[in-house]
Each structure stands twice: as structure tokens, then as C-alpha cells.
Ligand binder design. Sequence first.
Ligand code: AMP
Length: 286
Amino acid sequence: MTLVASNRTELAQQRERVVADAQGGAIAVVMTMGALHAGHAELIRRARERARAVIVTDFLNPLQFAPGEDLDKYPRTFDADLQLCRTEGVDLLFAPTPDVVYPDEEPVVRVNAGPVGDILEGDSRPGHFDGVVTVVAKLLHLTQPDLAYFGQKDAQQLWLISRMVRDLDFPVEVVAVPTVRDSDGLALSSRNMYLGDDDRESAVALSRALRAGQAVASSGVDTVMKAASEVLDAEPGVRLDYLSLVAPATFSPVQPEHRGEALLLVAAFVGKTRLIDNVLVELGGG
Ligand code: AMP
């Protein structure tokens, strides 16, 4: 049975029940903004493999949206989200409103995501990652899990959350889950709901570009960037924001002579919809 909590009192009471039922087993959390899809379901399944109980948070966090972004039109599908949680055997769904998470309105004291919070996604979306790590910190305090599952799909977010947990000694293990894709390669995202038929076709260029880069990774940085750019340039429905190769350990852009693992990251507008994706590549020397 999936318990539902929408305020702090309910969460505390129901979490206590869930913890008692788990009889000392691990508790996992999967944090989401709702509009759940098979990518979220995969996080829940992975969590269930290791944890005795799984808590899902469903919270559309205003703090991580800049004015003019898609907060107002972000899909809200609570009934379907609850159904997915029931099907996946989630023990507790915490679905608060902003006034529950931020009772004093905007928090005065926040977590600062640091320099990696200002590049790539952070450069295009100023303040976004401070909003993300602040809400993740709060939800970790509220749910008190042993394990927290996040998708590789949002690689920079995953890096920053892992780093926050280490740097600030949160007593939780962060677990990364590989990106779930549609059969044509498009990374699943709640924002895919915005895409019309033509946009949906154009959007596949992102994952195609990443795969094109991946396929020539043994030839080095320049070749990867060229191969991926060519695919994106050839798709008129795609307006590139950034294409970048970063070192997975530091998230800093790689030097042209870099060898070994790197993350190839893309962000682009398809129509009015901004999408991101990434793959791991193994860079060689040509
Ligand atoms: P969101 O609701 O978009 O904030 O995502 C909630 C969590 O699900 C984050 O940890 C995401 O990285 C993860 N996630 C979203 N889409 C996918 C996907 N296609 N595959 C794996 N994880 C995903």
C-alpha cells in the first residue's frame, strides 16, 4: 500500500510507520517533480532492490525555476503519479505544496552549489542549482533516508548532489541510475510531454548526436565534438544551447588532449522546449 503525505505532520507519522515496517532495513528516497514516467519508475525499482522501504517525493520546486521558465506550465499529473507509485510498490508518497516546504516563503539561508553550479546548466539557468541543492537538502532532512536515488540523465545535478552530500556530511548514500530512453533513443523526460509530433522527431537528434560522438571517441576530443555538432547542425528543429565534454570526476571541461572517460553533454531547444541529455565516452588519442 502507498501511503500519501502532503504536510510535515503526515510525513512524520507515516514515515514512522514505514520505518517500523521496514524492521531495521534500509530506507530509500526517490526525489521527483512529478509527471512521473518510466525513468522515474526505474529509479524506484532500483531503490526497491536494495531498500526495505521506498519514499518518493513529488514536489515541483519553485526555487529551481527562474522567472520566465516553465514552472507554470510544467505538467501536473498527480493521480497518474500516485497510480505509478502504487504499481511500483512505493511505501510513501510525499507530495507537499510550496508553502509546506517553504513555510517562511523563500528561504533566506540556502545551500550554495559552488562553481560547478555556475557552468553549463547553471550558466543557462542562473540560480537553478542553488534551488536544487537547497530543496534536496531539505527533503533529505525531512525523509531521512539511508539511500537516495538520482538519474544520470541530469548528470550535473547528480554530481552536485553527490558533492553536497560529501562536503556537508549528509548521512546518506547517493546512488546513480542510468538514463532510461525511448526505443528511438530520446531520453525520457517530463518535458517530452510538451513536444508536438514534429518537435518529437527533431528531439531525437540530441541522442543521435551523442551516439555519433560516442562512436568516434577513440579519435579524441575534436573528432567527438565535430561528429556530434554535425548531427545537431543538420536538424533545423534544434537550437543548440551547449555541447560540452567534461571530466566526470570534476565536471570541468576537458582539454583537447584529454584521454579516458568524459561526459558528453548537450542542451538544446526543440521549439520552445529545452531538453538535456548526456552519455559517457571513452576518449582515445586518435
Ligand atoms: P525530475 O522529476 O525530472 O526532477 O527527475 C527526478 C529524478 O528522476 C532525477 O533524479 C532525474 O535525474 C531522474 N530521471 C528523470 N528522467 C530520467 C530518465 N530518463 N532516466 C533516468 N532517470 C531519470
